[in-house]
Design a protein. Structure first.
Lengths: 338, 338, 338, 338
């Protein structure tokens, strides 16, 4: 840790901090410059966080030398994490495709979409049962009823399934119905939810918040892993920026960056990441080309009548074409579509 | 509602939508232009949301004519909403000051700060009991123990108090201990929490999310109000932008904008809005000058040893000076410091 | 054009605007709703811009039906624009690769890099002669001397070349030395420069500003095209967002969006778009996968000693590997590396 | 300067950098940590910029200890810079108000507005002669003709005047006609223009770019000052963020931050900073309350017919009210309206 003192800081204020550093078992360093005094702390600086040196009015700025996450970093764990969701292996040479509607609406809708997807080779079905919506006047999901439908159609079609948990109180209800749990962008920093999912014993797909940095995302993953669940998938789904031509600005830089700095699998959600049906296929190809381990795509049997996110959903025919367009890029990336 | 059709849309596709508009009880309008067909729907367009016309592949763009919020709008309710938190009246001619530490740390800290604040005339005490933190390795708050301390010292000093509720499951626990409830920026779109607070029967201070638009904020308030609780305070606390010189970019444009479009009281959090101790006083003066109804300020008896947010906290002496500096601007704004 | 009146607007104020619309030769439309009056204007609404209806205090909001650009839109010109830079055809089935250092530093550097690139099959050389830099204390480029070096080595190696014009006054100086001209991100809205480049008679690579929307970019291109130069290449090079892990946030959504809405070729700059050497190759593959017509990549014979942008530059060996990694994705995209 | 090495960096690579630091005349420091080696350089680190250590592939990250600007910093020059524009003293106890239309449209418009402003006590007139516009189809200003009108009416009314220079080539033309020069937001990093203005001998109002950090702004000011012109006014005019309710997000945090870190005067443009007439007055009061030295406000005799920016312009009657509303806040801030 590097501590830059204010120009006005006295020798005594510096000594005080050096003593704190020693007291915490690290090696202190005193570097008097021409315009500022700089202090250093050699050793595991994470033990210094508890001292809150940033509160000290004599301190101008603190620069950590180490990243603030540890368990999820590639430095700690150089090999890729690989784990299964149903028959699909995530993080290795499979390109995992999760598909299905934004929301479970009724048994017929789910039966149609699941059968259609299974015929195209898809093995992981998605469908939302609890739908937090921006407006109180929108459809809010079927709840438990939706979970049961999701489970039934996925068993029937020999598929694994995944759904979003919105609330700490729902975690126990949801777990028996699904093979993996999803944390939505708005909940990425719901730390109590993360803590509980750290004990869920099932893979967690963690969506990046729309104004979260990649470091925030890695710290959120660290919460889950530090509670004992190493099966976390990082998922990029678009940032909120000044650009209004699309629903979000998909940040694909994050894919190779996360693969470089973490051993966890990384997926991309091209549906929320664009909000525009015509962009889903090209951005999925791009995601695969820069190293994504999988995609989560909204598919609805009849997007025109969908109760949510219809404008960014593909119908089954469009999705079949999507897979055709994707295949050569998966091959170029050395991945097998699953 | 204005519906712009794609250039490729057929007459039949337009007719189909016009029929849907009629069917919903609104007056349809057909406007063929030189390059696009435009459709209109006259009447209460909020009933059209359920038709999801944006999903229709023949539609290029939909522009609502009315705002998506209703109960919180000034159009619906031209007079300012005014309601009390303890002895302070919020939304009227009082300038409500809420002060106290980020987190309740122990009884001595709270006793010192409360007595100091009360002596300076402050009547609403803040203090966090549940602290969701970015890193799993940081202090997470005292929980119920913290609530009890907060309640005890506020009673002792004849002050009202407010704390943040982080979780649906905590609402019932928290209510008896406080005079008002706070929703943090990360929970602004925790719609289940908002729904429950709609039945809390106590004022709710709703913080704007760091990437939420003012419309998002008004819609979140609409959730609470539509469940029966009209006592909502909107609170600006800074946006996440590309600027890294301060913790957040305080968006004061929002203050006069919200006062123009809504009847709800509007407060400002200059501590999170800047993250820099030296900026808290000038930005509080600015907030008051552009029409804020109140401020929520972090004050700690010893910021140097604070367990969270010390770098943006004022000590009691600094806070006394802060009030002195604020006073002439409150007077200029026609408000009485409370 | 759709004009939403304020709730307070009188019938007379609406009539006044309807008369203006008629007077401009468009068909006016009057749509009284329950809470607002809405007016419409049918016809070529671009002629209405001169009326500045947005200034009218009785108007709440104006929504154009048509896009504000015309010549560059795919509606106006459904086929892809294809034109050559030297031996490379841009916008068609060639994948155009422009490579070279950020700045021309000296003849040896340029000779080495040009020979190395040519051997790898590259036909368009880049190199900056005028370098506007954020700090007055940084290297500012060789100017005319740099242009001469660039020209000489490109002729020697049978390559075309491109350089940035920073200033209206430089355009005439630069034109004879290069095969194409580049407009930097900071100059994207230097409208006088755009106007002059509209008469340059050579292709212009127009970089998107770091806070420009895709609509802003298309309007900037419209400036050049409307002055008579149809050879414009749109270039995405990253946005400034809150994310600080990389120099910029490369917005690849823009690629398929621009290809959908415009007939102009679209390129990507993965060097500025990431600022990190390790991300250049994966993001180039992603760009090609989502439809880019070309790439502009920083290559320096010795990035360690580069006078600018060394941290994002590839050396010749890394660039050879880059091309190997890119090839299968170009094939998958149906493009030929050039 | 603090240099964090990559975990993979060898002792030899570190030694190499230490030698470079010594060679540049600074004192090198070697700090081996448990997970990373950290190097330090004590002395005037600005001389190290030329070594481009950030290009070194063995380097993970570089943290400067000193700010990158020097002449404009308050450390270098603790007292406020104060200088006159006509009869108004900027940076001291005067609150300088610059008012006038966005664009000079014709002599009558200017005569009316100037006379009206003068009667209200305003002494600095603004008016644009060269208008760079987003769309090629908008009004582009009267050019030299506009300058002459501006000069004539300001002399007639005993006012000083200011106008924007858009282009290096215009500087000489413009100088004789005005008392101060304005650099627009889009030109904040037009470094050649800044360099020439460094020799202009007249005050320069430098507008912050809409995606420029405060550090970028200070570096741009450093360009002008380092060329010999110390009379620079920093001007905040709003950032481009995700918020679309207003034209820009006015960043008032910048005001106290810039006053803390620089000795230059700081002004605010509430017209562009909001884009909404109703917000101009409250945000001006806020600007004064947090320490602004002046305001630049758009006033037009007939905003309804203005050729540009009418929606954010005040008419003379509104501006008189604006001054009335501002006065008590100027008094509270200890400033005299000028």
């Amino acid at each position: 840790m590097i501590i830059v003192m204010k120009p006005s800081a006295s020798k005594r204020e510096a000594d005080d901090i050096l003593a704190q550093i020693s007291g915490a078992g690290l090696k202190p360093l005193y570097m008097p410059g021409t315009e500022r005094v700089v202090l250093g702390a050699l050793g595991d600086e994470r033990t210094l966080y508890g001292l809150h040196l940033e509160n000290n009015p004599a301190v101008e700025r603190i620069t950590p030398v180490l990243s603030s996450y540890k368990l999820v970093s590639r430095e700690a764990h150089p090999k890729n994490s690989v784990f299964p969701i149903g028959p699909v292996s995530v993080g290795g040479s499979d390109l995992a495709i999760i598909a299905g509607p934004c929301a479970v609406e009724n048994p017929e809708q789910m039966a149609t979409v699941a059968a259609g997807l299974r015929k195209l080779g898809i093995r992981i079905l998605r469908g939302g049962a609890f739908k937090p919506r921006t407006s109180p006047y929108s459809f809010q999901g079927l709840g438990l009823e939706g979970l049961k439908i999701l489970k039934a159609v996925s068993v029937e079609n020999d598929m694994a399934c995944i759904t979003e948990v919105v609330e700490v109180a729902d975690v126990e209800t949801v777990i028996p119905y699904v093979d993996a749990l999803q944390v939505g962008a708005r909940n990425m920093q719901n730390f109590r939810l993360l803590t509980i999912l750290g004990k869920a014993g099932k893979p967690v797909l963690l969506k990046r918040g729309m104004s979260a940095t990649v470091e925030d995302l890695l710290l959120a993953a660290e919460y889950i892993v530090s509670e004992g669940n190493p099966q976390v998938i990082l998922c990029e789904r678009g940032l909120r920026t000044f650009e209004t031509a699309y629903r979000n600005t998909l940040d694909l830089n994050a894919i190779p960056f996360l693969k470089l700095h973490s051993h966890l699998p990384v997926m991309v959600d091209p549906s929320h990441g664009t909000g525009i049906r015509e962009l889903v296929s090209p951005m999925s190809r791009a995601a695969v080309a820069c190293g994504a381990d999988g995609l989560i795509v909204e598919v609805h049997p009849s997007p025109k009548t969908a109760l949510s996110d219809g404008a960014q959903s593909l119908d089954l025919e469009q999705f079949a074409r999507f897979l055709e367009e994707l295949k050569p890029f998966a091959v170029a990336a050395g991945k097998t579509l699953k």
